[in-house]
Ligand binder design. Structure first.
Ligand code: UDP
Ligand code: MG
Length: 317
């Protein structure tokens, strides 16, 4: 019987400093897997402005296992993952970062439960956040807690995008056509049997993280908006609470006037109430705007990415 094919999908954005190291490591990993699977390395060049693409092309010339898709500009990692899943031809697909923070040596351990048919997907979970700022870790933890509560998709804390899947699961993920992709949520949403393996965080050997604090905040908000409509219901809940409070206030004012008369007072209270209500209203309009803008972008049906050039394999079936 033919050996199964494992596609290794690697989104890269300006990673010329680490790609040679990554390539060396992934070749070694592929060797240790060679008794079980053949490998293809599918690099997604996410519109890099450095030498990333030319390095990839050179590898592709020398090594038939290396394939690549190059975007016309930077479309973001989520689009990179999508393009990778779309162009991968393997029976199994694993998504991993180019910066060696997802160590290739785990591939063997991830592959076994899938090949035995016990699981459809094996994903890695960081158990610590060594080398990451305290504040960043704190907000990250808060986000996963909140997300679990309001979205109903279970993303374990420390979940990474380092994940191996069967062809069936990949096809399910691809069947979700949304443009605003929160991949971690989508992986959880499609279901299937997932095994989470813990590992210790590894720091980047070279180059820099592309994530600033601001972009992480945007990513989290995106994740919540993509999978939950609870924030929309907040407006009604807060509105109802305010109505009840107002009724009590009216009753209280009438009783107070009847008993003690009506001295002119309460100006600060008035201002506070006006500010409070105004604030809530703006906040709720803002939340509405978030959903509206996402719906607007989805409605345009723009492609998730544009390919400038590529060299990919063909599917057997
Ligand atoms: N990446 C990408 N497009 C982007 C940003 C990042 O393809 O717009 C890739 C990057 O090259 C790396 C992976 O996504 O392979 C993870 O990026 P990074 O290391 O910056 O994220 P972190 O590990 O800090 O979460
Ligand atoms: Mg990284």
């Amino acid at each position: 019987m033919d050996k199964r094919l494992l596609s290794i999908v690697v989104p890269c954005y300006n990673e010329m400093q680490v790609i040679p190291d990554f390539y060396r490591e992934i070749c070694l990993a592929a060797q240790t897997l060679s008794d079980r699977v053949e490998c293809e390395f599918l690099f997604i060049d996410d519109g890099s402005t450095d030498m990333t693409l030319s390095i990839l092309k050179q590898y592709a010339e020398e090594d038939a296992r290396v394939r690549y898709v190059s975007f016309s500009r930077n479309f973001g990692k989520e689009a990179g993952i999508y393009a990778g899943l779309e162009n991968a031809v393997g029976d199994y697909v694993v998504v991993m970062d180019a910066d060696l923070q997802h160590p290739p040596m785990f591939l063997s351990e991830m592959l076994n439960p899938i090949m035995r048919g016990e699981y459809d997907s094996v994903a890695m979970r960081r158990v610590d956040r060594k080398g990451e700022g305290r504040l960043r870790s704190f907000f990250s933890r808060m986000f996963y807690k909140l997300n679990r509560k309001i979205s109903g998709v279970d993303i374990p804390e420390g979940a990474t995008d380092f994940r191996m899947m069967t062809r069936q699961m990949v096809d399910s993920v691809l069947a979700l056509p949304e443009v605003n992709r929160f991949t971690k949520g989508i992986f959880a949403w499609v279901g299937y049997r997932t095994l989470w393996l813990p590992y210790h965080n590894v720091e980047r050997p070279a180059g820099q993280s592309k994530w600033s604090f601001g972009s992480l905040v945007r990513y989290s908000l995106n994740g919540i908006v993509a999978f939950s409509t609870v924030p929309l219901a907040l407006a009604s809940i807060l509105g109802a609470i305010c109505c009840f409070a107002a009724l009590f206030m009216v009753a209280w004012v009438i009783i107070k006037t009847l008993i003690w008369g009506d001295p002119v007072a309460g100006f600060p209270t008035l201002i506070t109430v006006i500010l409070f209500l105004g604030g809530i209203q703006l906040l709720m309009i803002g939340i509405l705007g978030q959903y509206l803008s996402k719906a607007y972008m989805e409605l345009k049906h723009r492609p998730m990415y544009l390919t400038k050039e590529k060299k990919v394999g063909t599917r057997k079936d």
